[in-house]
Design a protein around this ligand. Structure first.
Ligand SMILES: Cc1cc2nc3c(=O)[nH]c(=O)nc-3n(C[C@H](O)[C@H](O)[C@H](O)COP(=O)(O)OP(=O)(O)OC[C@H]3O[C@@H](n4cnc5c(N)ncnc54)[C@H](O)[C@@H]3O)c2cc1C
Length: 375
């Protein structure tokens, strides 16, 4: 798998506007910093190869190479990534009341992982309103304080780098698909000679179709509400088609069509809706408010889920076959749109070739995307 240096990272990711601000390259060295939802480089650095480039989810994301390395299987255009089970889930009686986005499944799983000793802390994205505050949480109270979705891209992985540099570990990360991809890059391209930063012990991925540009959203909302009055936001499942903004003075509904321009270009070429590289993935359960869809992807995830149920953190139920089919269809749709967009922009390549590319796939999948078979 190909790795270059920080100058190439600027040329391939920052300058074309593909940086999603996930924070993967921040806090690894004195040069990259996160500011106002954007990643900035403070000084030039001429390292020929760096972790900043190796672990970025928006350049040289070799889907075929990662799948072979991490799943021991080819990357498929079908389905929603490897998994052992899909269940309906929500928090059990052990989880304190809080402002959970849906069923509180993510928070419940984090609490169970902490209690089990699987991890010593979890990197979460707290904050209120438009603020995102990546945080190390080590108690159920700290987990609950980070509940709820912030629909802007967040530099969550900078907090992971910081916690690892301070010697914390092993750690869980709650991650969007791009952040899960960055964490997969770390597993496939370890860099032990440069300090403690590296993979996470447990990745709880979120479903995500897109996020919003933090600065653009702030400018947009400032014309309608007092920004400091925003308490939370939600994008209910279709057919609602709105961003709901809860403020201290009431609530506001904004048609999604009015904010589509605020979706960063990097989201358009993302092929992953369900955080395929994570250990577990969690999303809304369409048509059943207060519940989540939970995808259990590997044995570690199965053990954690069973322990969470046993200890009263989590409740699970069967997930209807029709809902699973719908989920797979949605995941395939995002994958085909993402790969198609990357191809159209000249950013899709084949594993093993030299020229810089944002995404790489097998020659067979490349051909299928090019001929329109993946649609
Ligand atoms: C940008 C974004 C887009 C999403 N799009 C979809 C979608 O299209 N379909 C769908 O089914 N679900 C989507 N989700 C996931 C959904 O909103 C819930 O997060 C998920 O269902 C879990 O609910 P919960 O009640 O278990 O979460 P909670 O228990 O409330 O926990 C939520 C967790 O999300 C983390 N988090 C919040 N904001 C961010 C962020 N910006 N980046 C990284 N982590 C964050 C927090 O650390 C917190 O631990 C999206 C989430 C985000 C952040």
């Amino acid at each position: 798998m190909i790795t270059r240096g920080p100058r190439q990272l600027l040329a391939e990711v920052q300058q074309p506007g593909l940086c999603i601000g996930c924070g993967s390259c921040v806090e690894l060295c004195p040069y990259f910093r996160s500011h106002g939802g954007k990643t900035v480089m403070l000084h030039d650095c001429d390292l020929p190869e760096g972790r900043c480039h190796a672990w970025c989810p928006k350049t040289e994301l070799d889907l075929e190479g990662l799948a072979q390395e991490l799943w021991d299987a080819p990357y498929s255009a079908q389905g929603m990534g490897p998994h052992l089970a899909v269940v309906a889930a929500k928090a059990g009686p052990r989880l304190e009341a809080g402002s959970y986005q849906a069923g509180g499944t993510v928070s419940a799983l984090v609490c169970a992982a902490l209690e089990q000793g699987l991890v010593q802390g979890a990197i979460l994205t707290g904050g209120r309103g438009l603020d995102t505050a990546p945080t190390l949480a080590q108690t159920p109270e700290e987990v609950t304080a980070c509940a709820g979705s912030k629909f802007t891209a967040a530099p969550t992985l900078a907090a992971l780098n910081q916690a690892q540099a301070q010697g914390c570990g092993p750690l869980a990360v709650v991650a969007t698909p791009c952040q899960s991809a960055a964490l997969a890059q770390r597993r496939a391209k370890p860099w032990p000679q440069r300090g403690a930063a590296g993979p996470a012990e447990l990745v709880i991925g979120l479903f995500c179709n897109w996020s919003l540009d933090p600065q653009g959203l702030a400018r947009f909302l400032a014309q309608r509400v007092e920004l400091a009055s925003i308490r939370s936001m939600d994008i209910p499942p279709p057919p609602a088609g709105v961003l709901q903004v809860e403020t201290t003075d009431g609530s506001l509904e904004i048609p999604l069509d009015e904010i589509r321009d605020l979706i960063p270009p990097a989201c358009a070429m993302c092929p992953d809706m369900t955080s395929e590289w994570a250990d577990l993935s969690v999303g809304m359960y369409e048509g059943r408010p207060g519940w989540n869809t939970l995808v259990v992807r590997n044995e570690k995830a199965r053990t954690l889920t069973e322990a969470a149920v046993e200890a009263g953190w989590l409740v699970v139920e069967e997930f209807p076959v029709a809902n699973k089919e719908h989920l797979v269809h949605a995941a395939q749709g995002k994958r085909s749109r993402g790969l198609g967009a990357a191809l159209a922009q000249g950013l899709l390549g084949v594993s093993g070739e030299d020229q810089p590319k944002a995404l790489r796939v097998s020659p067979e999948l490349y051909q299928a995307v090019e001929s329109g078979e993946v649609a």
